[in-house]
Design a protein around this ligand. Structure first.
Ligand code: PLP
Length: 401
C-alpha cells in the first residue's frame, strides 16, 4: 500500500504515557519485588491462588501447555477455534504439541458446540481453548461441563479480555487456567507481556516448576522494551500513527504464524509499567464501552453477543456482506485513516506453514468469517466524529441497513 500522511486511527490502543514509563524505570530499580507486587495484585483482583507473569500471551500459553503436558505426557493435542489469532497455533507448536481445530459458530464466534462434542472424543486431547475473541464472551462453563471426567483441561484464552466482565464474572477465571496478553493492541498493555491464572494446585505447581527455569530479559532486551515504550507513547497517537503504519517492515496489524519466539519471565520494567493497572483498565473499559454503545446506537449490529447488552470489547467486530464488501471498506478505511481493520486473514487451516490433521474436515464457518469480518475501533483516541464517519462509510459501502 502507498504512503499516506494524515490523521490515522489504529485498530486498537491501550495508550502508554510518559508517567507509566517513569513507573517502569522505578520498577526496574525495585527489581523482582516489582514483579511479585504485580502478581500479588492480580491474585487479589481475580481471587485466584496462583498467578505467573511472562513475556507475552504466546509465552503464557506455551508455558501452560508444557506444564499440562508434564502432568499428562500421553496427551499431545490441543483443540482451538478454527478462527483465532495466529499466535495461538504458534504457541502450541512452540510447546512441541499438535494443533486440532474445531469450527466456530458464525453467530457467536464461539465454538460450534455440535462440532465440539465430536472433537472432544479424542484420547490424545490435552486441552481445549475457548477464546473471548475481541472481548466477546465465550461459553467457558459449557466447555467445562462437556469435558468433565474426560481428563481434558480447559485453558481460557482471555488474551483480548483483561479487565472484561460479563454478567458479574471476570473473564479469565472460569477455565482450569486463564490467560491474558499485555501486548500492544490488547485490552491493557506493558509493551509486551502475558499473565497466567489458576486455582488448581497441581497445575500451579507444574507451571511454577517450568517458570523457574525460564530466562529473564537481558539488559539489552530491557533497553529495547524501554525504547519501544517511548516510541509507542508517540506513534500510537492518531496524528503520528500514519508513520509506523506506512513502514511495511513493521507489519503493523498483520498477524503471522511464527513458533520461534522467546519465552521469558516478565521484567521489573514491565511490572512497573503496569502500575495502577486496576484503575487504568476500568477507565479504558468505560471509554471503549461508550464508543461501542455509540456505534450500536447508530445501528451497527454487533455479531456474537449471547443475550442482551454489550460486552467489554477491545475492537467492535462487524460482518461485511461478502469478501468484496470487506475489501472495499478496508480500502476506504486506509484512505481515510478510520482504523477499520481485518480480523484475521484466513482460518487456521489456511496457514500454509502449519501442518494440521483435519481428518478431511473443513471449517466453513471459520473460512466465511475470515472472508467477511472487519473490526471497528473503540479505543480512547476514537472521537464522536470518527464514529460518525465510520458509520457513514459503512453505509456507503454496504448500503443501508
Ligand atoms: C494476542 C493474542 C494471543 C497472544 O498474545 P501475545 O501477547 O500477542 O503473544 C493469544 N490469543 C489471542 C486470542 C490473542 O488475541
Amino acid at each position: 500500500m502507498a504512503f499516506r500522511i494524515g490523521r490515522t486511527l489504529s485498530p486498537a490502543a491501550a495508550p502508554i504515557s510518559i508517567k507509566d514509563i517513569l513507573a517502569g524505570v522505578v520498577g526496574l530499580l525495585h527489581g523482582n519485588k516489582e514483579v511479585t507486587r504485580f502478581e500479588e495484585q492480580l491474585k487479589d483482583y481475580y481471587e485466584v491462588d496462583h498467578c505467573f507473569t511472562v513475556s507475552s500471551g504466546k509465552a503464557a500459553l506455551t508455558l501452560t501447555l508444557q506444564a499440562l503436558h508434564d502432568l499428562s505426557p500421553e496427551r499431545d493435542e490441543v483443540l482451538i477455534p478454527a478462527y483465532t489469532c495466529y499466535s495461538v497455533p504458534s504457541a502450541i507448536v512452540r510447546a512441541g504439541l499438535r494443533v486440532r481445530l474445531c469450527d466456530v459458530s458464525k453467530a457467536t464466534l464461539d465454538f460450534d458446540y455440535e462440532r465440539l462434542e465430536e472433537e472432544l472424543d479424542n484420547p490424545r486431547l490435552l486441552a481445549v481453548v475457548p477464546t473471548h475473541l475481541f472481548g466477546i464472551p465465550a461459553h467457558v462453563e459449557r466447555v467445562k461441563e462437556m469435558v468433565r471426567e474426560r481428563g481434558i483441561c480447559v485453558v481460557e484464552d482471555a488474551a483480548q479480555a483483561m479487565g472484561a466482565e460479563w454478567k458479574g464474572r471476570k473473564l479469565g477465571t472460569a477455565g482450569d487456567v486463564g490467560l491474558f496478553s499485555l501486548g500492544r493492541g490488547k485490552a491493557f498493555s506493558t509493551v509486551e507481556g502475558g499473565v497466567i491464572l489458576t486455582d488448581d494446585a497441581g497445575i500451579g505447581r507444574a507451571i511454577g516448576k517450568r517458570l523457574s527455569s525460564l530466562e529473564e530479559y537481558g539488559s539489552l532486551e530491557k533497553l529495547r522494551l524501554f525504547v519501544y515504550a517511548l516510541a509507542l507513547v508517540a506513534l500510537t497517537h492518531p496524528l503520528l500513527y500514519w508513520f509506523p503504519k506506512s513502514l511495511p517492515f513493521l507489519k503493523l496489524g498483520e498477524t503471522c504464524f511464527d513458533p520461534d519466539f522467546p519465552v521469558r519471565k516478565l521484567s521489573a520494567f514491565q511490572a512497573g509499567l503496569a502500575k495502577g493497572w486496576q484503575k487504568r483498565i476500568a477507565a479504558l473499559r468505560e471509554i471503549r464501552a461508550n464508543n461501542a454503545a455509540k456505534l450500536s446506537g447508530y445501528g451497527v449490529l454487533l455479531m456474537g453477543v449471547p443475550g442482551d447488552g454489550l460486552p467489554d470489547l477491545i475492537r467492535f467486530p462487524f460482518l461485511c456482506r461478502n469478501a468484496e464488501g470487506k475489501r472495499r471498506i478496508l480500502e476506504t478505511s486506509w484512505k481515510k485513516g478510520l482504523g477499520i481493520a481485518d480480523g484475521y486473514p484466513d482460518s487456521i487451516d489456511g496457514i500454509s506453514a502449519l501442518v494440521i490433521r483435519t481428518d478431511g474436515k473443513g471449517y466453513p464457518a471459520a473460512k466465511e468469517i475470515a472472508e467477511r469480518l472487519v473490526t471497528l475501533p473503540v479505543h480512547p483516541f476514537v472521537k464522536e466524529s470518527d464514529i460518525q464517519e465510520i458509520v457513514r462509510q459503512l453505509e456507503s459501502v454496504m448500503g443501508r441497513g
